[in-house]
Design a protein around this ligand. Sequence first.
Ligand code: HEM
Ligand code: HEM
Length: 463
Amino acid sequence: MFKFASKPQSAALAFMVAGSVWFVVGAVYGFMSAIHLVAPEFLPHVGALVFGRERPVHVNTMLYGFVGPMLVGSGLYYLPALLRTRLWSEPLAWAAFFFWNLTVLSGPVGFAFGITQGREYNEYVWLADVSLVIAVVCLIVNSALTIANRQEDQIYVSIWYFMATFLWTASNYPLGNVMWHPATGAMPGLIDSIFLWFWGHNLPGLLITPLATGAAYFVIPRVARTPLNSHTLSLLGFWLLIALYSHIGGHHVLQSPIPNWLKTVSVVDSIAMVLPVSIVVINLWMTARNFGRRIWGDPAARLVMGGVVWYIVTCIQGPLQSLPFLQRVTHFNNWTVGHAHIAMLGFGGYIALGAMWHIVPLITGRELYSKKLVSLQFGLVTFGLTGFFLVLTAAGLVQGTAWHNGETVLRVLPQLVPFMASRAALGVFIFTASLVGLYNLLMSLRRGEEQEGAQLQRAEDAA
Ligand code: HEM
Ligand code: HEM
């Protein structure tokens, strides 16, 4: 009955298709919430479509639905390919797919009707948490046994990142989501913000970042047709990421009375994050430096390299805004929303999309339906996101400096209207990009032309 679930690499494809679908759903909700920030009276009588409900659906669907699964899908392809073996169990990967997407689905279905734990990035209710943890455990078992059955001695850095992501998530997610308190998923008082931001930080830091880094390390050398510049350097970056990223969630709550030692550790190690980030960027750059044409000429690799460029911008901004004296102006306003978009869409989303476009032909053995549509998607997202970044950063500075000078939140709001209206307009480009991507993917699965030598490549990869 479930024959499709044993077809090699079918779960990888399923994760990528789901990611593309959730991208569209998340963009609809992002667009709706952007409209509500300009026109709060829009659709006034639909309880499920008010800003406070749309926003968590948007954020969770984008992170857990679009970026995460698309990257998991690419990992489920490159894990066995790099180890020159088969995935240990395709049905187990499908089980992960099922449980993961059940959690994501509980967003639009639950949050929209007020079924939420109401803690940012930790909104899923307990049963949805359990479902995600089951998915993660399935991925751990599958990856570990695939590694155990490998034909290749060397464990390439992408595999380190892929495997480690799930080990970290299996421990960090239950902790930050306070899963031992099923009813509330929360701790009492201020301590809750520390738990909340432990996961709120490790979701980008130890789920999205390692998956995206692993995928970039896979695609760039492959498209450049050259080995990675330095394996040793890549592993140094890996270990530094764990050493530094895991415990700096305190930088999200610097403006609250959490213990001073925690603030200090968060700030110091946020600055030190420059090290692992530079290592990844330099290593990829050194790998690609003589092959610029191959990278920028390939629409999939262009998205991945674009993601690396956004990573640089994100991680220059990140340490700066961890400085308490700067954060006094930038906290609680649109500056951070700008950072969140270049981080999650710019870094995570670009690499997820690029890796997907690179890998889909390797799985199907067919050319993409249209490389031009991939370039179009790149153009639309780049225009929309660059606009988002500029508009939101400017809006944040207007808010932050006004508050700093004693102005009230209410009196600054009218000044934000042009920024919020521009953001909603720019959202149309990103929404269109999500539709273009889904269309191109579905058409590629149905109608893409058989590639020359593709069967051979697949056989080699799967052997
Ligand atoms: C060098 C690395 C980075 C540092 C030091 C850093 C630092 C920060 C700080 C201090 C904030 C809180 C700002 C505030 O509330 O005032 C923040 C917010 C955020 N960061 Fe980063 N960041 C880094 C990289 C990243 C990356 C790579 C991602 C995504 C993969 C990311 C995703 C986010 C998100 C989504 C938020 C918004 C959280 C919220 O809703 O308040 N960051 N970052
Ligand atoms: C159609 C395009 C999009 C629009 C119109 C849009 C709009 C919005 C709006 C209005 C918010 C709430 C901001 C606030 O509370 O003031 C938001 C938050 C957020 N969005 Fe988007 N968004 C879009 C695409 C994306 C994508 C593609 C991603 C990730 C891949 C993403 C990730 C986030 C995150 C992480 C936040 C939380 C930011 C924070 O709390 O600091 N968005 N978005």
